[in-house]
Write a protein that binds this ligand. Structure first.
Ligand SMILES: Nc1ncnc2c1ncn2[C@@H]1O[C@H](COP(=O)(O)OP(=O)(O)OP(=O)(O)O)[C@@H](O)[C@H]1O
Ligand SMILES: [Mg+2]
Length: 231
């Protein structure tokens, strides 16, 4: 089984080596817990070390704000990366999608655009940031229908997909997407003592892998994420 590195130092060993290629992974967390940065880092790492082409669909924020933060986090979009990474925000997706779809249907246009990139540019990794925003843009009133169709399409697409989802609190009920996904990683900001918060990550599900479910502290230094023991 081919495995994709998470790019988080120390985490791959804890999940059995990496994420099985072709999996649909949910990266869920509360606000500001590095959801976008972790997904970006994974694509960035694959682009640089393996020449793997990735697509980052940015539905929540502008490209400028994501790219400038990633640059400050020492992941600059240089020529080497540009070759293997397509970052598209809503404006770009709309503009590109017009070329691929004559129907005035956002999901149809987005699917056609992504299918084009997978076929023509051989994209193997896909990030959707985020699932709740995609759901809004889809205008599908029936949540179950939206999710089933989305997962069915992603399985047919064959990419390894990271879908970012939000959780106001980890005590919230699990959604349908958590059952449909092949893997679920949770990101949290947990209180440490009276004054501190620690960023943490854990893998609560990863089909096909004998993974650790413990919480790990998540740190970012010199352009890389790493896990360590949670305090
Ligand atoms: N240069 C930097 N180095 C390290 N951490 C940073 C840097 N700049 C910002 N941050 C931290 O990154 C956090 C945001 O990261 P990111 O956008 O990946 O999180 P997110 O979970 O996707 O957030 P959101 O809920 O807004 O989508 C900020 O809250 C801030 O604490
Ligand atoms: Mg984000």
């Amino acid at each position: 089984m081919e495995l994709i590195a998470t790019s988080i130092k120390g985490l791959d060993e804890e999940i059995g080596g990496g994420i099985p290629k072709g999996s649909i992974i949910l990266l869920s967390g509360t606000p500001g817990t590095y959801k976008s940065s972790v997904a970006y880092s994974m694509l960035y790492n694959a682009a640089i070390t393996k020449n793997t082409m990735g697509i980052f669909l940015l539905l929540e924020q502008s490209m400028k704000s994501l790219l400038s933060q990633q640059e400050r986090m020492e992941r600059p979009m240089d020529e080497r990366v540009q070759k293997n990474m397509i970052v598209s925000d809503v404006g770009r997706i709309r503009a590109a999608a017009e070329k691929f779809s004559t129907e005035n249907d956002w999901m149809h246009a987005l699917r056609s655009y992504v299918e084009y990139l997978v076929e023509k540019r051989k994209a193997e990794l896909l990030v959707i940031d985020s699932l709740p925003v995609l759901e809004i843009l889809s205008e599908e009133k029936n949540r179950r229908k939206f999710l089933f169709e989305l997962f069915e399409w992603l399985r047919g697409l064959g990419t390894t997909t990271i879908m970012i989802s939000e959780k106001k609190s980890l005590d919230m009920d699990y959604g349908e997407e958590e059952f449909l996904a092949d893997g679920v990683f949770q990101l949290t900001l947990s209180p440490v003592g009276e004054v501190d918060l620690q960023r943490r990550i854990r893998c609560i599900k990863l089909r096909g892998m004998d993974h650790n479910t413990s919480m790990f502290a998540l740190d970012h230094k010199n352009g890389s994420f790493r896990v360590g023991p949670a305090i």
